[in-house]
Design a binder for this molecule. Structure first.
Ligand SMILES: Nc1ncnc2c1ncn2[C@@H]1O[C@H](COP(=O)(O)OP(=O)(O)OP(=O)(O)O)[C@@H](O)[C@H]1O
Ligand SMILES: [Mg+2]
Length: 502
């Protein structure tokens, strides 16, 4: 037979759509052409495949070879189709049996010697192959990553010859055993290291319990970064599905997936000079940005007003929808980006406004301009803003911290999280207005109190909803079904930036 059909997979966002590699040998002058929207790297695969085949005592057919990558309208990039193309040529020329090929999918880049090189984004591929009920032949170096997808049938190989021996029934490749994925990770950074700052610690706990976004305002060196870094360690554990999604995003990013980060909630802290593409993702072959790498975890923006305002504006859409759409001339991709935003800033340009030493000389106008760099709509999406003031030297130097550990705080967060899920089916932060009315019922006393607060602080209707949601989380932390005035009062206290500069 002079035609062979081999399956492989492309990568679009975090999807891995099926690509059928059709290889046809026909009469005519010896040539090799690849059709079906291949990008540069795929076109180069001709030379790699030719060398890999010839260097392993196979015959490269001296016929007219046409390779079609279908569907044609799917953009295809990278060397990931090399292996499928090589297998297709060997099968079409009768050097490999072709009858069992339909049970497999092939992915991997070939070196000129026939060695297999790893490719990016194996988690989406392994999931899709499993769903299709086929077995996946993949580079050995990718097998640790792919084996996180439980029950996927994986055949890892380091060389083209190994795969040919398997397909022709000579020497079978052993399946990779699935990695045990149920172990919970340990977080290095512990809240016990943070001295004092009871108010900020409480706000962090509430933020963790309801997945609320948090903004910390305070002079340099008071522990804002320390607190932010400890948030992932008090969040509820990641579900298998969440962990796979987060690992899939890492696996298609330029840094790749690191196995030791499995099930660790991501903590991303891009520098304030980061570009919009670095933050939200992009490129001609769209890659996920920081917000997607922070999916199911925390995005920490330190020195918030120093970020380019246009860069911050692009966060508004994913903050609402939990996804980001990237459109480029060649292709469009959507990445999940459901992250918890934690931001930190100094109270004024010099950083010492309100400091007892009186060393701040920033004019009120300068302070206002500094704060206005963070736009109203972005601030509006942050439920909790608090001050993190200087602490006394005695507290800081206390040899043994009396602070609670992350483990203890996490138990309360978990209990509150369970209550929320049982009631709302989602976090309090993500309740829409109608759901707020349904799940956050206020009695008359609470309504009167809230009206008074709104009048005094002159808050917007949106800010009011934020206060109610935070109050709901506070009541959940206290295992109470009803929202009480004291919960609303505490929540209203977390609106620092709605008040006048002081
Ligand atoms: N509350 C605290 N408990 C223990 N150590 C602290 C505390 N606050 C600050 N430190 C010490 O000061 C260092 C700086 O803290 P951190 O980086 O969190 O400050 P920051 O508020 O983020 O400052 P900046 O505004 O300059 O970014 C920490 O590494 C830690 O050693
Ligand atoms: Mg800091």
């Amino acid at each position: 037979m002079s035609i062979a059909i081999v399956y492989s997979r492309a990568q679009i966002g975090i999807q891995a759509p099926l690509v059928t590699v059709e290889v046809h040998l026909s009469r005519g002058l010896p040539s090799l052409s690849i059709v079906g929207l291949p990008e540069m790297a795929v076109r180069e695969s001709k030379d790699r495949v030719r060398s890999a085949i010839m260097n392993n005592q196979f015959e490269f057919p001296l016929r007219r070879i046409t390779i079609n990558l279908a569907p044609a309208d799917l953009p295809k990039d990278g060397g990931r189709f090399d292996l499928a193309i090589a297998i297709g040529i060997l099968a079409a020329s009768g050097q490999l049996p072709s009858n069992s090929l339909k049970h497999f999918e092939f992915i991997g880049e070939l070196a000129l010697t026939g060695k297999l090189r790893p490719v990016r984004g194996l988690i989406p591929v392994a999931r899709a192959t499993r769903a299709a009920g086929r077995e996946l032949v993949l580079p050995g170096e990718n097998s640790a990553e792919a084996s996180l997808v439980g029950a996927a049938r994986l055949l890892p190989a380091d060389h083209l010859l190994q795969i040919c021996a398997h397909l022709s029934g000579k020497t079978a490749i052993e399946y990779t055993l699935p990695t045990r994925t149920d172990c919970q990770p340990r977080y290095e950074k512990d809240l016990a290291d943070v001295h004092g700052q009871a108010h900020a610690r409480r706000a962090l706990e509430i933020a963790a319990a309801g997945r609320h976004n948090l903004l910390m305002l305070g002079p340099p060196g008071t522990g804002k970064t320390m607190l932010a870094e400890r948030l992932p360690g008090i969040l509820p554990p990641m579900s298998e599905e969440e962990a796979l999604e987060s690992a899939a995003l890492a696996s298609i990013s330029s840094q790749g997936f690191r196995k030791e980060l499995w099930r660790i909630r991501p903590f991303r802290h891009p520098h304030h000079t980061a570009s919009a593409v670095a933050l939200v993702g992009g490129g001609s072959q769209p890659r996920p940005g920081e917000i997607s790498l922070a999916h199911h975890g925390v995005l920490f923006l330190d020195e918030l007003p120093e970020f380019d305002r246009r860069v911050l504006e692009v966060l508004r859409e994913p903050l609402e929808s939990g996804r980001i759409n990237i459109s480029r001339a060649v292709q469009q991709a959507e990445f999940p980006a459901s992250f918890q935003l934690v931001a930190a800033m100094n109270p004024c340009p010099c950083g010492y406004l309100g400091d007892a030493s009186g060393r701040c000389h920033c004019s009120e106008d300068r302070v206002r301009r500094y704060r206005q760099r963070v736009s109203g709509p972005l601030l509006d999406r942050i439920d909790i803003h608090i001050e993190v003031p200087n602490i006394t030297r005695e507290i800081l130097q206390a040899s043994k911290s009396e602070s609670e550990s992350s483990h203890d705080v996490r138990q309360r967060v978990l209990a509150a999280w369970d209550r929320q899920l049982a009631r709302n089916g989602k976090s309090n932060q993500s309740l829409n207005n109608r759901e707020v009315e349904r799940f956050c019922v206020l009695d008359k006393g609470c309504r009167n109190f809230l009206e008074e607060v709104m009048r005094q602080l002159q808050l917007s209707a949106r800010a009011m909803h934020r206060i109610i949601k935070v109050a709901r989380t506070i009541s959940d932390l206290q295992s109470e079904d009803k929202i009480r005035v004291q919960h609303l009062a505490e929540a209203a206290g977390y609106r620092r930036l709605d008040r006048e500069i002081s």
